[in-house]
Write a protein that binds this ligand. Structure first.
Ligand code: HEC
Length: 159
């Protein structure tokens, strides 16, 4: 049954893929992917079937991006384990919306550019405070860079 499920996903995916790449050849896409480590891998792994605009058009949470990665695997995207990690880290660090009250240390590390120990300190502080209600609560956490938090404000969710 699993194989059948993958096939029913795969066949339309291949058709869409051809349609998208044709459309792409006609209109050259401006690349809105931020310049950051891992971008070359993202372009190599993720832009053979569609342009990068599907990645930058609509915002997604970290969990949303993890779902996208599973979907793309089902659609036939191919990469080594190391490349999947590079691509996932890139989208979390540079594109994903971060739910600051649910985020795990690894995601805080990537988004805020913290060490593992510093990210764990932020989480310990968050739990002690009963969560971050505003961006200012977050800026009061130990070790975070207030200017960086301001620069990221469009990507932070306090729900
Ligand atoms: C084998 C072809 C293929 C590759 C490679 C591929 N995709 Fe896709 N992707 C698709 C297809 C087909 C769709 C359209 C699905 C749809 O319309 O829902 C899509 C849609 C998307 C979307 C939009 C999803 C949505 O919810 O609307 C995103 C985001 C995306 N891809 C990201 C990626 C990323 C990131 C990679 C690299 C890891 C990647 N894709 C590699 C085939 C591919």
């Amino acid at each position: 049954m699993k194989t059948l499920g993958v096939l029913t996903l795969l066949l339309p995916a291949i058709a869409i893929c051809f349609a998208l790449s044709t459309a792409r050849a006609v209109e050259a896409q401006a690349d809105k992917l931020p310049e950051a480590p891992g971008k070359a891998t993202v372009v190599a792994v993720c832009t053979s079937c569609h342009g990068s605009e599907v990645m930058t058009d609509a915002p997604r949470t970290v969990a949303g991006w993890v779902d996208v990665m599973f979907l793309m695997k089902d659609f036939g995207a191919m990469a080594t384990e190391a490349e999947w990690k590079t691509v996932t880290d890139y989208v979390v660090a540079n594109l994903a919306l971060l739910e600051v009250n649910k985020a795990e240390a690894a995601h805080m590390q990537l988004v805020f550019g913290l060490s593992e120990a510093a990210a764990k300190d932020v989480i310990a502080y968050r739990d002690k405070q009963g969560g971050f209600k505003t961006i200012d609560d977050l800026k009061n956490a130990p070790g975070v860079d207030a200017a960086k938090i301001d620069a990221l404000k469009e990507r932070l969710l306090f729900r």
